[in-house]
Design a protein around this ligand. Structure first.
Ligand code: C2E
Ligand code: MG
Ligand code: MG
Ligand code: MG
Length: 280
């Protein structure tokens, strides 16, 4: 009897796995089509200088809404594109769009773009990215690339080479989601970064939890010594902003300062703040 139930379970599981695989393949096909049809969009979230609350740049965040599947999070479709081997095509389309949008912003604002782990394993990445930025006509000094600790875990040699080539071309490199991955401190020594982005997990608990406040304080002081700029991610209210300012955190980002918005909304936002920015 138990044997039968066991077999039944196996059937259920393999059905679930088959369903899951079918869904992933549907998602893959829809995403491939969306890239070809130019339907994957990019939104922009402001990054502010916490010393004076001025906007200093925007992070580009991929957005995709499929007619049948609805909204799909980039934390789902970016890994899928990596797994199925077409992250290059997706990343290039996104960077081209993002860089194009940044051309209309005031020149002092930077564009921050997320790199995926697969891109950091491919030695051609720096050349490809710089070619796109040049084609579009964006000054590489206005570009920042965000990489995560996990992305530089596997093949540090190639990743280090990519990072140093990009930095040599004037691109800033930041370590994203700091504090959540493994061997964070070792990465800071092995790579030359310009910025560290403290993960939202610490920021979201900073008003309620002394431990998070102490951790952020330690990160800020360590980055001061290493001459790295610190950005706090996921600031959602004024009390979080005030604590971070008091701790000496230089930059911030989060819903409190602005949610990710499309290129047109971003231009409207900028034209309200800059006299010489006009919405076309
Ligand atoms: P990330 O790079 O750490 O981006 C920050 C995420 O936090 C974004 O989620 C953003 O919308 C969200 N966020 C910002 N402020 C707040 C806040 O105050 N509260 C809360 N609850 N969330 C906030 P999103 O857009 O869903 O992106 C998720 C992740 O997907 C990103 O994390 C990044 O790792 C990846 N991703 C997004 N776009 C791209 C892309 O173009 N290329 C690559 N390779 N990865 C991307
Ligand atoms: Mg990021
Ligand atoms: Mg992050
Ligand atoms: Mg919170």
């Amino acid at each position: 009897r138990s044997k039968r139930r066991g077999r039944g379970q196996i059937t259920v599981y393999s059905q679930e796995i088959a369903q899951e695989m079918k869904r992933a393949t549907q998602l893959e096909q829809a995403l491939r089509n969306a890239i070809i049809a130019d339907e994957v969009d990019v939104h922009f979230q402001p990054i502010v200088d916490l010393r004076n609350d001025a906007v200093v740049g925007f992070e580009a965040l991929a957005r995709w809404c499929d007619a049948d599947l609805g909204y799909v999070s980039p934390s789902v479709f970016v890994p899928l594109a990596e797994e199925r081997g077409f992250i290059e095509a997706l990343a290039e389309a996104l960077l081209r769009k993002a860089a194009q949008a940044a051309l209309s912003w005031p020149r002092e604002l930077f564009l921050s773009f997320n790199l995926s782990s697969a891109q950091l394993m491919d030695p051609a990445t720096s050349t490809r990215l710089l070619a796109i930025v040049n084609q579009v006509g964006l000054d590489p000094h206005r570009l920042e690339l965000e990489i995560t600790e996990t992305a530089v875990m596997t093949d540090t040699g190639v990743a280090q080479k990519i990072v140093s080539e990009l930095r040599a071309a004037g691109v800033c490199v930041s370590l994203d989601d700091f504090g959540t991955g493994q061997s964070s401190l070792g990465r800071l020594r092995d790579f030359s970064f310009d910025k560290v982005k403290i993960d939202r997990a610490f920021v979201s608990r900073i008003s309620a939890d002394r431990a998070s406040e102490h951790i952020v304080k330690a990160i800020v002081s360590m980055c001061e010594g290493l001459e790295l700029e610190v950005v706090a991610e996921g600031i959602e209210d004024v009390s979080e902003a005030l604590i971070l300012k008091a701790l000496g955190c230089g930059m911030g980002q989060g819903y409190f300062y602005g949610k990710p918005a499309d290129a047109v909304t971003t231009m409207r936002y900028l034209s309200d703040r800059y006299r010489d920015v006009a919405v076309r």
